[in-house]
Write a protein that binds this ligand. Structure first.
Ligand code: SF4
Length: 350
């Protein structure tokens, strides 16, 4: 049975002594003296940290704060300037959301962040995690702040056997059981620090862990095997036919549909890609033009979600069609799956 008060006391005492010094953070001593973190800084840092590490995000954070010290300053920035300042943090949709949120706070809330999780969640681009983090850290609200680090700590602490992602609701509930009205902001940050510095994804430093006495994962002898993960399903295999249609040196390309795999890119005409191999008559019937189609072997390619074998057929033609006739030099920029097929089709010619 987990002794929640004792575990909380141990982790908060560790945080009081070991809290990371972060430029957006008001440390535990200052917090006890009544100082709170600036919600603008907390929000900005949380958005930056969603896809990158503290060392990578820190110079960006400092640059932003220097140029735009308040959320109203940020709200007034030109979109292009913000995108340029964000370059290197990736995920530009996040930068656009950042600006939309800053403008909502400036225009609809008088430049003052709302102080409840619910009202924060209503701001553009603010998800459940960020709303909880800002509510807890900046306003000391009793919020359950659960990111991947906290999920890992919970899975280990309680030796949760359900694999992720199915375990996520359970891990969130377990994390919520540990949140109380006492120092909720420090609690959230203590858990974050524990996950980032001690209960690390690989090689957790259990000998230094302030909550090791309660850790069921440690008792198993293999704490790093938590959270359990589902085995990845085998990658399905598909078959298709690629048609190398030539007119002298030129090769016929087609523009792929804007959505879907390799969307909007030029490629060879192909059949559908399906689980069964294509028979000769089916391959001929699916060809983009009539012609004396010759067999040029197969090429294999592996995509993220499936692998593909393409039969390569080639024909010389003067056929009209919605083709982009392309000289050899123009073929080098093709996606590699088509480049392989073109090479197979053309090299065997000579
Ligand atoms: Fe993580 Fe080890 Fe601490 Fe358990 S004892 S919470 S596995 S660092």
């Amino acid at each position: 049975m987990l002794d929640i008060p004792a575990l909380r006391a141990a982790l908060l005492a560790w945080y009081d002594a070991q809290a990371r010094d972060l430029p957006w953070r008001t440390g535990p001593a200052a917090g006890k003296a009544g100082q709170r973190s600036d919600p603008y800084r907390v929000w900005l840092s949380e958005v930056m940290l969603q896809q990158t590490t503290v060392p990578h995000a820190t110079p960006y954070f400092l640059g932003f704060i220097q140029r735009w010290p308040t959320v109203s300053d940020l709200a007034a920035v030109d979109d292009g300037d913000l995108m340029a300042a964000w370059a290197g943090l990736g995920y530009y949709a996040r930068a656009r959301n950042l600006l939309a949120c800053a403008r909502a706070v400036a225009n609809d809330h008088g430049g003052v962040f709302p102080d409840t999780e619910e009202a924060l969640r209503a701001l553009p681009g603010v998800g459940a995690y960020t709303a909880a983090a800002v509510a807890a850290i900046a306003f000391d609200r009793e919020a359950n702040v659960v990111d991947g680090n906290v999920e890992r700590v919970m899975a280990r602490l309680l030796a949760v056997e359900t694999p992720v992602p199915d375990a996520k609701p359970e891990l969130k509930r377990l994390a919520g059981d540990l949140v109380t009205g006492e120092r909720p902001g420090d609690w959230a940050q203590a858990l974050m620090d524990l996950g980032a510095t001690v209960c690390r994804p690989k090689s957790p430093l259990c000998a230094l862990c302030p909550v090791s006495a309660w850790c069921e994962g440690l008792k198993t002898g293999l704490p790093e095997t938590f959270p359990r993960k589902l085995k990845k399903p085998a990658r399905p295999h598909r078959h298709g036919v690629a048609y190398v249609l030539t007119r002298g040196d030129q090769t016929a390309l087609v523009r792929r549909p804007p959505k879907g795999l390799l969307g909007g890119m030029l490629g060879l005409p192909t059949s559908d890609w399906r689980s069964e191999p294509w028979l000769d008559e089916e391959a001929a019937a699916a060809a983009p033009a009539a012609g004396a189609w010759l067999e040029f072997g197969t090429v294999d390619h592996v995509f993220t979600h499936f692998s593909l074998t393409l039969r390569v057929l080639r024909a010389e033609t003067n056929a009209d069609g919605d083709f982009v006739w392309t000289e050899p030099a123009g073929l080098s920029g093709l996606p590699s799956v088509f480049l392989k097929a073109v090479k197979a089709g053309r090299e065997r010619l000579v």
